[in-house]
Design a protein around this ligand. Sequence first.
Ligand SMILES: NC(=O)c1ccc[n+]([C@@H]2O[C@H](COP(=O)([O-])OP(=O)(O)OC[C@H]3O[C@@H](n4cnc5c(N)ncnc54)[C@H](OP(=O)(O)O)[C@@H]3O)[C@@H](O)[C@H]2O)c1
Length: 240
Amino acid sequence: MKLSNNKILITGGASGIGFGLTERFISENNQVIICGRREQALKEAQEKLPTLITKVCDLSIEKERIELFNWIREFHPDVNMLVNNAGIQNWMNISDTDFYGKAEQEITTNILAPIHLTNLFIELESLNTIINVTSGLAFVPFTKVPVYSATKAFFHSFTLSLRHLLKSKNIEVIEMIPPALNTDLGGKGIHDEHPGVSLFVDSVFQQMKDGKDVLTFGFSEMLANASQETVKATFKNMNQ
Ligand SMILES: NC(=O)c1ccc[n+]([C@@H]2O[C@H](COP(=O)([O-])OP(=O)(O)OC[C@H]3O[C@@H](n4cnc5c(N)ncnc54)[C@H](OP(=O)(O)O)[C@@H]3O)[C@@H](O)[C@H]2O)c1
């Protein structure tokens, strides 16, 4: 995979990990397009990075995903990289009254949206790379975010199949597996004590430069490579 002279769509690129990747890809001489629901967040990102192209889009709505793809096909048909980064995380309990509604929103945003975008974007002749952002929680669920953890396990599994399926089309599929990092995921303050995004971005860029297609960092490196015994012990530790 080449790390410069790409045209990249990063979903959820205005904040957190997505913004860290956006900044780095731009500094490595790539053209970057980002999308998200909050127009103000996109505007602020664009003010910091003037070459950035932005698009308001709610990826949980099927029609908006199709509109986003049609816009890309019309105005940016040379996009060659899709980064499925946007995601939400709901802290909840199975007995909460709004559990089902929140679960549905999470499944739509974290699973259906990237699957649909992938299905649409492989129509672009220029597409040669897909980066899927999963999570260390794909390997060991954290029961305070039960549906979120399951969406990431799904996305991890789908990414393995996708890599196999797209080999014949010469589309490289990279899985980026962050550990807990200091972003606003799940709500402001929840992730404050975790490592900053820039350390993670430095590490995953080095791994991509080294030709890796599974990118881990710190705790997620341990989780992604853990034995069943370690998975069980970690589950117990994390959820007691
Ligand atoms: N931070 C962590 O600890 C951690 C660990 C493992 C994995 N991850 C994963 O990393 C990815 C990025 O998360 P983050 O930590 O950077 O959190 P974040 O700052 O909250 O970023 C999430 C981004 O997704 C966008 N988004 C959410 N729902 C959307 C929708 N319906 N349509 C379009 N955009 C939407 C948000 O923009 P709008 O709100 O403007 O729509 C936001 O820019 C997620 O997939 C997350 O699961 C994070």
